[in-house]
Design a protein around this ligand. Structure first.
Ligand code: RIB
Length: 302
């Protein structure tokens, strides 16, 4: 196994709006789409489409959405032997509005994702033991994230934490993370430093390096990203594409980092590859349905 993703599986209920409404405002939505998503499942599907052997660890509910979500993982060649059904619980759901600029707002209702616990991780321990990289995010209980990272590091695995949705993290999570991939907002919450400049990003990242994380890639939307470790930092530009929907771009970026690291590429190559994968994701509507296949990434000029 190359990559194990421990995380959320959601059904996204998506509508298009002209502009994301302000507090108290009502607006019209155009169409209602039911699209497989969830940060964890998106990362697993993205990594599999990019050519990695992937296993997912997560929880579904006992509703009809669970069948469709499981089907999406399976048809994308993601291993599902550690995807558990949860009795008397609904599957994770996300309500998403996408505006004309491609930007979105998302409300996640965790459902069965909130039931993924330490015992589930113990049940899947052989899968974690036999992988190269463990990827996780914050749409499952925080104590489960902590436990996964501890177990993964005990087996000497490379760990990637995509700290979304934004939350403050205790040291025992940070120090078991090899690569942390926050956006600017997440970095602010993690570090307690307001981010207004490149110098702020470096200061915030250094604070987290001191707390034990080994490497950071801070994503900056259309400004690209910045890599920081204890030896220094480097900026990478974004690719300019016509944005249709930014949903899952961060997920495919993280997945692509994992895939390229698994393949032993240099950090420059890893970030260049992930940048292209994230950019291609933005050009299509929806979460899992927008994730590019390896061939598209290799062939397409962006
Ligand atoms: O990152 C995008 C994802 O966030 C969506 O698919 C939605 O399910 C939420 O988890």
């Amino acid at each position: 196994m190359d990559i194990v993703v421990v995380g959320s599986i959601n059904m996204d209920l998506v509508t298009n709006v002209k502009q994301i409404p302000k507090k108290g405002e009502t607006c019209l939505g155009y169409g209602l789409n039911r699209i497989p998503g969830g940060k964890g499942a998106n990362q697993a599907v993205a990594a599999a489409r990019l050519g990695a052997r992937v296993e997912m660890i997560g929880r579904l509910g006992d509703d009809a959405m669970a069948d469709d979500l499981l089907k999406s993982l399976k048809i994308n060649q993601v291993g599902v032997k550690n995807v558990i059904r949860t009795e008397e619980e609904t599957s994770g759901t996300a309500l998403i509005m996408v505006e004309e600029t491609g930007d979105n707002v998302i409300v996640v209702i965790p459902g069965s994702n909130g039931k993924l616990d330490e015992e589930d991780i113990d049940q899947a321990i052989d899968t974690i033991r036999s992988t190269k990289i463990v990827v996780t995010q914050l749409e499952i209980p925080i104590q489960t994230v902590k436990y996964v990272l501890e177990k993964a590091k005990a087996f000497n695995k490379y760990t990637i934490l995509n700290p979304a949705p934004a939350a403050y993290l205790e040291d025992d999570i940070i120090m078991n993370t090899d690569l942390l991939t926050p956006n600017e907002t997440e970095l602010e919450i993690l570090s307690g430093i307001t981010i207004e400049s490149e110098a702020d990003i470096i200061r915030a990242a250094k604070k987290l390096l001191k707390r034990g994380v080994k490497q950071l890639i801070v994503t900056l939307g259309d400004k690209g990203c910045m890599y920081i470790d204890e030896k220094g930092h480097k900026s990478y530009s974004a690719l300019s594409v016509k944005a249709v929907d930014t949903t899952a771009a961060g997920d495919s970026f993280t997945a692509a980092l994992a895939v390229a690291l698994c393949e032993g590429k240099s950090m420059d190559e890893v970030i260049t590859f992930a940048t292209k994968v994230g950019a291609l994701t933005v050009t299509k509507f929806g979460a899992q349905q927008s994730l590019p296949y390896r061939l598209e990434v290799t062939q397409r000029e962006v």
